[in-house]
Design a protein around this ligand. Sequence first.
Ligand code: FE2
Length: 298
Amino acid sequence: MIELKDIAYVRSGAADLRTAVDFATDIVGLELVEESDGIAYLRADQRHHCLAFVAGESGVISSGFTLRDLDALSDAETELERAGLTVKRGSKEGAKSRHVHEYLAFEDPFGNRVDLVVGQTTTPTPVKFNRTAGITEFGHMCLDAPDVDEAGRFWTTHFNAKVSDWVTGAACLMRIDPVHHKLAVFRGDRPGLCHINFQVESIDDVMRSWHFLEEKGVEIEQGPGRHPQSTAIFLYFKGPEGLTYEYSYGVRRIEDDAAWTPRWFDPEGPGAIDMWLGPKARVSTQYQIPARDDATWD
Ligand SMILES: [Fe+2]
């Protein structure tokens, strides 16, 4: 059993690095930490970065999770190889570029690239947000898979992830700590990153951002609305390179695992996606860049 301690980052390829960075800072509100060797690092909390844009092919490169220590990393390598997955130890350069001590990368059964990292650099100074969007932290990541039941089985069999709720055939929402979900898998034809989430301080932040985004002509993909599963008030919007961002506020916490039974929601049922009955079209996905050679794993 591989114990995921936290989410670490999303690494995403940007064909137009400048536009991607400008959007992440001026619109989303993140701090640009540094830009070097064609990689821009963006920050929302104590993590060195939660989003890295790599100049080049457009698409998601990998999604990172934190493990406790190097023993846990070795054990994870063994377990994933036993499961028949392609696992690669990260190079020194790869670790440096990710601002982690060590890492490994694997492809999940659906083709999503995942990094397991140890020692993500912590930055103790306050975040210099570019806009007062009210962001408190990097909240969760959502991947795509054609079969969410299988995806749920994968993450709960090999990892400590627990299913918090299902949207039947459409989504599996999983927790790795008391937060209702830090990892979700949505149904999609191809591997990819459905969205990256940032928690904000209040409902006022969500609503203020909604007006701000509309004023700036940003495409609102869904919301404002409220998910019945997590009770979070959400707003999804589309950034450059097809990357969907989400602000949300008020996510449910599940403190007592034994007392919680996952619920099943009919995606066609009233209010199953949005309790406020807003449009429920699925948000778009930034597709996975396939690993073609060693270089693309770095
Ligand atoms: Fe989300």
